[in-house]
Design a protein around this ligand. Structure first.
Ligand code: ATP
Ligand code: MG
Length: 440
């Protein structure tokens, strides 16, 4: 026998049972997105590599070491599996002229992202994000709305331990001024910098503040703060965001070291974090990125957005949220058992007739005795079995046997099958209620 092939490390199968929880989750998410006027956009999973290099920035974890990049074997084109959704979304908006033609856009997407990281709990090589991008909005109101929106989703999932961390990255000029101070500070402590830190000292010193290296925490904590270099406009914008959050009753902590792992952000940046997921505690991250559209060749367009890590949010939901209410029991309404050639043909038609009226039907496939088929019908949790043998087939009738809560099997003409089954299912519900009532 040949060796069993395995999925790529860090790329997970989502099996039945789990996948149904995902579907429920996605439904909640879709409703939530509609509630804020976000419209779906679907863009390719593969994009030209230069898109990500330009959008995310050369000196970032993603571009330096996490991208799945390859050359198209046929034409040598440089391609990358998307590591995040903003770049593709903005590329599409520019390419199709969405903002110029339609005004400001609230766009959303969900889907797999790919990063070559060390797999661990909450960190995978294929993972899923739910993202929103608000293009063409300059004011602090959209920043606040994005945050309020996140808060509502946590509430809807029954999560009360997701905290907001907030910061501002100011404007490009303000960051430049801060950068000079920061480099001067870090140069004096060059020997305390790790390898990434040394390399980023001049290329991207802001990112050093975001280090996860425990040995560098105290040093970066004491580093010059960007907030001390902000001008009036940036202050006003940040103050307005905070005022709106206070109005909305949303608690937050200002974290001066929150710089985000991607280069495109400016002004407001935020992360939603929890203590329940260990080191991978950020479930959602985002902010404003006013220069990205122009950087990718579009007309200057202010913008802001965020992305939710679906695996992390689902893990929270399944562990202490309200996921238990959402687990689907995929039991069919009706299981169709049959024996004989004529019976099989009638069974096939019967199953379709019931699906026509919206029922979930499992048609027994693969033969076997009536007894073994009934066992399957019962074990699968169906409410009713349809029983069709040669007798029934000849008479053009169908047997209906309640599987839950008793009741005798009866035969009905095929012509009134759907009606009779709907009646029987309805009765079953009443019996259920009656039994409950009798118990009390
Ligand atoms: P981290 O600091 O955890 O690496 P990040 O800053 O790289 O996160 P973003 O690029 O902001 O993450 O992505 C937004 C969200 O997507 C993250 O907050 C997280 O919830 C999720 N995410 C990012 N990378 C992964 C991954 N490899 N596996 C699972 N979820 C991820
Ligand atoms: Mg990362």
């Amino acid at each position: 026998m040949s060796k069993i092939l395995q999925a790529v490390r860090g790329m997970n199968d989502i099996l039945p049972g789990e996948a149904e929880i995902w579907e429920n989750f996605e439904e909640i998410v879709r409703d939530w997105l509609r509630g804020y006027g976000y419209r779906p956009i679907r863009v390719p999973i593969v994009e030209p590599t230069p898109l990500f290099r330009r959008a995310i920035g050369e000196v970032t974890d993603i571009v330096e070491k996490e991208m799945y990049s390859f050359e198209d074997a046929l034409n040598g084109e440089k391609l990358t599996l998307r590591p995040e959704g903003t770049a593709g979304c903005v590329r599409a908006a520019i390419q199709h002229n969405l903002v110029a033609a339609g005004g400001p856009q609230r766009l959303c997407y969900q889907g797999p992202m790919f990063r070559h990281e060390r797999p661990q709990k909450g960190r995978y090589r294929q993972f899923h994000q739910i993202g929103v991008e608000a293009l063409g909005f300059a004011g602090p109101d959209i920043d606040a709305e994005l945050i309020v929106m996140g808060s509502r989703l946590w509430g809807q999932l029954g999560l009360d331990d997701v905290r907001l961390e907030l910061n501002t990255l100011g404007s490009a000029e303000e960051r430049a001024a801060h950068r000079v101070a920061l480099i001067a500070y870090l140069e004096q402590r060059r020997d305390e910098l790790d390898e990434d830190g040394q390399r980023r000292l001049h290329a991207n010193p802001l990112r050093i503040l975001d280090t996860k290296n425990p040995a560098m925490q105290a040093m970066v904590e004491a580093a010059p703060k960007l907030v001390d270099h902000l001008g009036d406009e940036s202050h006003a914008h940040f103050d307005a965001v905070q005022a709106m959050l206070r109005d909305a009753g949303i608690a937050y902590r200002i974290n001066h070291r929150l710089v985000r792992g991607l280069d495109y952000y400016n002004r407001t940046v935020f992360e939603w974090v929890t203590d329940r997921l260990g080191a991978q505690g950020t479930v959602c991250a985002g902010g404003r990125y006013d220069s990205l559209v122009e950087q990718l060749g579009g007309k200057s367009t202010p913008a802001a957005g965020f992305a939710v890590g679906a695996e992390r949010l689902l893990a929270l939901w399944q562990d202490g949220g309200e996921a238990e209410y959402a687990i689907v029991r995929p039991a069919p309404d009706v299981y169709v058992v049959h024996q004989g050639e004529g019976a099989q043909r009638l069974a096939f038609r019967a199953a379709e007739a019931l699906r026509d009226v919206g029922l979930n039907v499992l048609l027994h496939c693969g033969g076997g005795s009536f007894k073994s088929q009934m066992k399957k019908a019962d074990g699968g949790g169906a409410q009713l079995a349809l029983v069709i043998g040669d007798d029934e087939a000849t008479a053009l009738e169908v047997g209906i046997k309640p599987l839950r809560g008793g009741g005798a099997q009866r035969r009905v003409p095929f012509a009134v099958l759907a009606e009779a089954v709907l009646d029987a299912l309805h009765d079953g519900g009443n019996n259920e209620e009656r039994r409950e009532a009798n118990k009390e």
